[in-house]
Design a protein around this ligand. Structure first.
Ligand SMILES: [Zn+2]
Length: 327
């Protein structure tokens, strides 16, 4: 059951705008600004060491036109921080800091009235990365963890609880490689009935999520869950996205979200990316995904504020006209 108090920031925006602009990569921007992320904790390491830079990146994405910020909690888990010698209380505090940084950036951005023209107040979506991200071995693109639904719920519970207590507007359950994990998350959400989440899978090709299940079947499984406000795909090559949107459309009336990576592939051994980005212009290519039926569009790994600026320019044309003189 969904409480009448349930907040759905996605519907609030899509009731008034044809598209909702998600932000771009956090880690890529942190590295560009000199942070060293070659660490199993990835961007969560910066939560510990350089939180101000994370806040600045969120601010820059709002400024580029993003309607939402995804927090730096993708790889931040109680178990992960325990390996770094943090106790549970310290770990929870850091997870919550990821939300506070995004909320502060949003509030500072929105406090300037010149930023409000032609757009909705942005919201914060707290990243719930998959179990595979905690393993830090590339499993988020494979799945097959060998864990039960209950074990996955137990893994996700403490972080989800902490993120919600810190005041996030919703949850971004992202880069999910397997249907079992998506179902575990959906079931766990019922313990937090006022909450909405999006569920976003990683995919291996035009039709299948990373673990191999048919994407349309996964979407169908989640279709009746009222707490899931949008379903889609992230951290997947742009070349598969239009086809995956068509597959999702067959199975859902929920808004479809896509935020692919730049087309490079992640090398878990090196903690780095191989290959060349295929986007001559990622933001222009994203128009095709809107035409195919996606309503929430942004970028995942290796995308930049400039990519998001291009998406916002066609998704909210009146705003970009106004901003031409001030950029
Ligand atoms: Zn990614």
């Amino acid at each position: 059951m969904v409480s009448s108090q349930t907040i759905n920031p996605i519907a609030s925006i899509l009731d008034h705008y044809p598209a909702l602009v998600i932000d771009g990569a956090l880690a890529t921007e942190l590295e560009r600004r000199g942070c060293d992320l070659k660490d199993p904790l990835w961007s969560a390491k910066i939560l510990l060491e350089q939180p101000e830079i994370i806040k600045q990146v969120h601010y820059d994405y709002f400024n580029a036109g993003a309607d939402c910020a995804i927090t730096a909690s993708y790889q931040a888990t109680v178990e992960g921080f325990a390996k770094r010698g943090l106790n549970e209380k310290e770990a929870i505090a850091l997870i919550q800091k990821s939300v506070k940084l995004a909320v502060e950036a949003r509030d500072e951005f929105w406090a300037d009235e010149t930023h409000r023209f032609g757009r909705a107040k942005p919201f914060v979506a707290a990243s719930v990365g998959p179990y595979g991200a905690f393993l830090a071995d590339g499993s988020e693109y494979r799945g097959k963890y060998g864990l039960t639904e209950k074990e996955l719920m137990d893994f996700h519970r403490p972080r989800m609880k902490a993120l919600l207590a810190a005041g996030t507007d919703m949850l971004a359950c992202e880069t999910i490689p397997s249907l079992t994990e998506a179902q575990a998350i959906a079931k766990l959400l019922r313990e937090f009935p006022n909450t909405t989440a999006w569920v976003s899978f990683s995919a291996r090709d035009e039709k299948h999520i990373s673990e191999g299940q048919v994407f349309a079947d996964c979407v169908k499984e989640l279709e009746d869950d009222q707490q899931i406000a949008a379903i889609g795909i992230n951290c997947t090559s742009p070349k598969y996205i239009s086809s995956l949107i068509c597959e999702a459309k067959k199975a859902t009336t929920k808004p479809i979200l896509v935020y692919p990576n730049s087309g490079e592939t992640y090398n878990a051994t090196k903690h780095d990316w191989d290959g060349n980005p295929i986007h001559e212009s990622f933001g222009e290519q994203a128009k095709e995904w809107f035409k195919a039926g996606a309503r929430l569009i942004g970028g995942c790994c290796r995308t930049t504020p400039e990519d998001i600026r291009v998406i916002a320019s066609w998704a909210r044309p009146s705003r970009s006209r106004k901003n031409i003189g001030t950029m």
